[in-house]
Design a protein around this ligand. Sequence first.
Ligand code: B16
Ligand code: MG
Length: 212
Amino acid sequence: MVKALIFDLDGVIVTTEHNHFIAWQRTANSLGIEFEEEHNELLKGVSRADSLKKILELGSKTISNEAFEALLKSKNDFYVDSIQELNQSDLLPGVLDLLHEAKSKGIKLGIGSSSKNANFILKLIKIDHLFDVVIDGNGVEHPKPHPEVFLNGAKSLGLSPSECIVFEDAASGITAAKAGGFIAIAVGNPNIAEMADTYFNDLTEFSLEAYA
Ligand code: B16
Ligand code: MG
């Protein structure tokens, strides 16, 4: 029986991936690197620093450490600025109902996100109080696809990975969940359906009854 649901944040709970894309596109273009939606697929679930490394690889560019840090800061400033108006209408379909249903059944809720802005976003959309544990990009040594973010979540909840479902929209996240021994459900990204245990277009298609 499943005792916890652990959610990725960007792309599973809330629609922030386009904001990340616009901010990265601006960063890449400032370096003379072309960056389109298909390139952004490679950055989903990937930490901020690893994302910039991938963009530099894409453009075969090298920059100084100072320039690297300055670009990380300006990307994040632009991104954070662009999500100030985020609210519950930006929650993805089925999220709120599932969170409430799970809570009413005594199932624990967690966030396992690569984002260092996770707590800020959860507060912004006023759902932070629903989660028993939030593990984000500030608390892990090894980013996704390493399973650390989800393993820390399960450990904080006092559960084994096999008792937890991980919901993910990114290849790096499904790889992390599978490597950690979690039930891995892919949501909203058909490209990763094959990698996961199960795939749903959105969370309205998921039934807790089947697992609890
Ligand atoms: P930040 P997730 C990930 O969040 C995003 O998918 C990814 O696009 C972003 O680069 C990464 O967080 C880092 O975010 O710059 O806010 O620390 O999908 O793991 O919730
Ligand atoms: Mg994601």
